[in-house]
Design a protein around this ligand. Structure first.
Ligand SMILES: Nc1ncnc2c1ncn2[C@@H]1O[C@H](COP(=O)(O)OP(=O)(O)OP(=O)(O)O)[C@@H](O)[C@H]1O
Ligand SMILES: [Mn+2]
Length: 270
């Protein structure tokens, strides 16, 4: 008859690697001593001085986001390979390791979440705030009606040079930042109106109502998307910005980087 060890042991039997999320030093040392196991430490910092480390831009409250990010980062750094079976040891409740998840690395399932945060100029916290805001806008709309929005994040000086005002900029003399609850209300209100929001690397709202005029040459965005998405994609090739676009027509939130669509999120499924 099986004991619990046998049954739960299936979770970590025959794995190609172990991902330890923010382990304590002593916990990590115990794993290091085990033969034939590749240990990857994942966290916002490499506190244990691990040889193999994948850095998280944020700790990701959502467990699936946390693991997805680690997998994409590890694949990107060639720490693991497509098809590898992995066990992730992380904390959901206690701050200490209390959860195991077995996952398979799938190169095809690439969401772009790692590229979006780690390989961008803007502060990862700022990108996360804007992404969350767009998702929230997509879920709720503006007074119940679907709404579209375009946020350009990072390299704001250059973005301003590649755009022109459609109207008076309500953020002209203000020093407000994304993430601040009041600002989120303002951004939602202004999202009813035309044009793009321009946000600096550090999250300062530089402008609303910008009409983007990037060169669209060579930009390859999926067919069927209109002017907002074309401009949103193209500006990220002309500048070092990333864009987060909420579509009024299909309700999806998309992120563009270097002229390419790299992340697509359905706010309803989030
Ligand atoms: N170059 C641009 N810069 C900033 N905003 C733009 C630009 N082009 C279009 N927009 C904004 O996008 C809005 C929608 O335009 P359009 O329908 O062509 O885009 P779309 O990509 O189909 O977006 P949606 O899926 O939301 O309909 C416009 O009303 C305008 O506010
Ligand atoms: Mn449209």
């Amino acid at each position: 008859m099986d004991g619990l060890d046998d049954v739960f042991g299936d979770l970590y039997s025959d794995v190609d690697g172990v991902f330890l999320f923010s382990p304590s030093g002593s916990y990590y040392e115990r794993f290091k001593a085990i033969e034939d196991v590749d240990v990857v430490v994942v966290g916002t910092e490499n506190a244990v001085g691990a040889e193999t480390f994948v850095e998280l831009p944020l700790s990701f409250d959502d467990l699936t986001d946390r693991i997805r990010f680690a997998l994409e980062g590890a694949l990107e750094q060639d720490v693991i390979e497509d098809g590898d079976e992995l066990v992730c040891a992380t904390s959901v409740f206690s701050g200490e390791t209390d959860t195991l998840a077995r996952v398979r690395a799938d190169g095809e399932a690439h969401t772009g979440i790692y590229d979006l945060f780690v390989k961008s100029r803007a502060d990862p916290e700022v990108i996360k705030s804007v992404l969350e805001l767009a998702i929230e806008l997509g879920q709720k709309g503006q007074k119940g009606k679907p709404v579209g929005a375009l946020f350009v994040v990072g390299d704001a000086g250059k973005v301003m040079n590649k755009s022109r005002p459609l109207s008076y900029n309500p953020f002209e003399k203000s020093h407000v930042h994304v993430g601040d609850p009041i600002v989120n209300v303002m951004l939602k209100e202004f999202s009813r109106l035309d044009g793009a929001f321009v946000i600096s690397d550090a999250g300062k709202i530089v402008s609303a109502y910008r009409y983007l005029e990037p060169s669209a040459e060579g930009v390859d965005i999926p067919k069927g998307l209109g002017a907002r998405h074309m401009a949103g994609g193209a500006i990220t090739r002309d500048t070092n910005s990333i864009t987060i676009v909420l579509s009024e027509s299909d309700g999806l939130v998309r992120a563009f980087k270097a002229g390419e669509l790299i992340l697509e999120v359905d706010p309803e499924a989030y």
